[in-house]
Design a binder for this molecule. Sequence first.
Ligand code: ZN
Length: 84
Amino acid sequence: MAEKFYRPTRMCISCREKFAQEELVRIKCMDAELSLFNGFGRSFYFCKICLSDEKKITKALMRQCKSNKKDELMNKLKEIVTNE
Ligand SMILES: [Zn+2]
C-alpha cells in the first residue's frame, strides 16, 4: 500500500460531499448541546463551504441535535467555529 497517497475523507453532513479531514470542522451534539468534538460521543462534520452558508447547515444541524431551537444552535455553532 502506498500510504502517502491515502488521505482519509469524511462526509459533510450538510452537502454530503467528501473532504479531507482537515478541511472539515468536527462537531458533536450531546443532549442538544453543541461543542467541538472532544474525543468521545457521536460526532459529525461540516465543511467550510457549508459553514459559510447558514441556510445550508441549519437543517442538518437541527436534525443532528434533534432540536428545533434553530437560533440557539446557530449561535452556538458560530461561537465554536470562531474559537477554533
Ligand atoms: Zn458541506
